[in-house]
Design a protein around this ligand. Sequence first.
Ligand code: ADP
Ligand code: MG
Length: 766
Amino acid sequence: MAAGEAVVVGVRVRPFNDRENNLNAVVCIDMEGPTTRIRNIDTGDEKTCPFTFDESFWSHDGFEDDGTGYLRPLPNSKYADQRYVFDTFGQRVLDNAWNGFHCCLFAYGQTGAGKSYSMVGYGNNKGIVPISCEEIFRRIGQEKDPQKRYEVTVSMIEIYNEAIQDLLIDVELRPKKGLEVRESKALGIYIDGVIKRPVESYEAIETTIEEATNHRTVGSTLMNATSSRAHTVQIIEFKAVKDGSATVSMINLVDLAGSEKAGQTGATGDRLKEGSMINKSLSALGNVIEKLADRGSEKKKNVLIPYRDSKLTRLLQNALGGSSKTIMICALSPASSNHEETLSTLRYADRAKKIKNIAVPNENPQERLMRELREENEKFKKIFEAMQGGTMPSADEIKEMGLAQQEIAAMEGALAELNKSWEDKVAESREQQEAARMRRSSVNGVAALKKNLQPMMVNLNEDKTLVGRVRFSFPPGRTLIGGLGDESDSDSESGSESDSDSSTGSQPEGEKSPEEMFEDEDESPHIELGEGVARRHAVVFHDNDQNLCTIYAASEEGLKQTFVNGKSLRQLLKSQGLEEVICRQKDKPEAAGIELSHADTLVFGRHFFVFVDHMVCAPEILIASGQVDYAQAKREWQMEQLSGVHESLIVATRGGVLGVSHVMELAEKDEIIESQKAEIAELKQQMVTMKAELDRYKKMAGGRLAAGANMLGELYADELLESQMDEISKDIQKTFKDAIDQMNDVQAIFSKKALREGHLTWRSVT
Ligand code: ADP
Ligand code: MG
């Protein structure tokens, strides 16, 4: 048996960021050759523990800007620049692909540690992905054999919340639940229906990546997701064809979600388990690596590897434990304040290097497919013939037949794909892209160019590369901003403050309050945002003559959940002595609003934007100026959330006042907020069930009462039946008692809920 080949693991430490510099952060990482040491400075524990990897990349200091923005090493420094990292790791990936192996490169580490910097890079400091792409076409260009052809396709996907999304499809055209990972004996593991874009030059890859990044931003802005929680996978399929036979290698380049999510969960226990669902894939990856490392280093050869636990591990099954050459680059923060996270990343990396894979070069896919197809077909035929001969197939055989059928369908599809000429594929893909472009330009309207010169808002994001990619302009007149609305506040709860009373809510049809009539107006928002934004949220009125944009609340929710520079509209109006009016009119609003100025931050629900007045400067310039940043806007907004809730918190903790710093810390933990929201939702659901139960009891008790009264009437004269009456009245009493007990239970839940909600208002608004 061939000896396994270990996963190649490298760690890389980045420079301090501005925040760390301002806080005079202390370095806790040391590197010497392939060895990395970490010190726990905070606890005064100077003990260091060494970890040895294939590479330890020192990128913390010892560098300078070469004048183009590219960071190069100073003379005699050990600084590892982007080129060096590519030469040691990226080059290996390409060599493997050239030799017909599948390969995979992962970037692991906490958010902000430098994963994307290594993978994709920023500006002139291109990362492994773009350099590899350049290199692929450089090598193709150098091919001397005229008989040899190369075909390269690119797919880009994202895994967020256990759904696989194709980043090469417009957000609104994607299937809601995402794509499925399937496995076929002949095809191995593949994503059903993923777009494979044929690319014939580096520029084509670059455009494809750019397109995917745009889709990712629109998606995450609308879905309220942060990119740090998504895994991005770029799949390059590389095929070398000569004399009708081909080798195919898949190159998977994986920028993983921030590892701190998984870590935090483990540390904080049950409460956050729910939050951890958000990154099931990452914890599953940890388990898989753990098991594979066991298999690689000990006698436990037969451990079951839980690939199926998540979409990510399933997709990368081959890369992790199969016939793939795998490289992992773990990004480290140098600051002692991140000691714990960094140590856990190092341990992770240490486990990963114990994994051993056996990579075999891939054979001609066409021949293998044909062979497998024939085999499957034979099996299928045998069962079928037996059936015709009158033998009923067993349950197992039926199952096998079903599987065979699936397998055959998948293989037929793949064969058809293989038989298409490369030229056809390229032409087909061009057509698709052109259609998508047409669709987009017709959606954007003819005035797309003019639109750019209107005042607008552009998105902010924690990921720098995504800032400014979503733009909404405000043409002269009125623009309504809305979202999905809160589905739970329709029907059952709307308008009834005293929702414990089930007898309200039966208003005669057709009689509606002016408010309701207004809400009925079927006006879809001009700017549609996602979750957490009311259907009618805010209105921006652009007065062209005065060159002035004013923002108004379009609903109660909008009043509370629209923020300008961190202050809610409600608060802003109050502080200016203006009435808290909600803008109802369709034409020019007369309600009180807030005038917007260039570079104001705007928050709707949790969607962050910055207002850009084109007369002052273009959005690119504003963003590049560093005048606005997401972290700052988010802090402002968080402070605002906190100041409004301090009081309710004090009430809720019943005397035990929490320190402000403690409160701040809580506010930072998105996961807590998420899990508590879910808890409230669950509680709500419980209450609905209890309410229904209670209604049933009330009805039952009423029915019994009526029956009892009837009987009493009939039997009134009959003294002999007095004892029976006693029985009945006892029965009735018991029913009442039960009903009252039940009612008390419900009451207790109500007050518990009220207490919780009072306590949580400020969290659940986020
Ligand atoms: P992640 O993808 O892990 O969340 P990023 O790659 O976005 O983190 O890095 C966070 C910040 O640190 C970015 O501003 C990036 O430019 C900077 N950075 C990361 N690694 C390096 C490096 N090796 N050299 C210089 N700057 C780096
Ligand atoms: Mg990143």
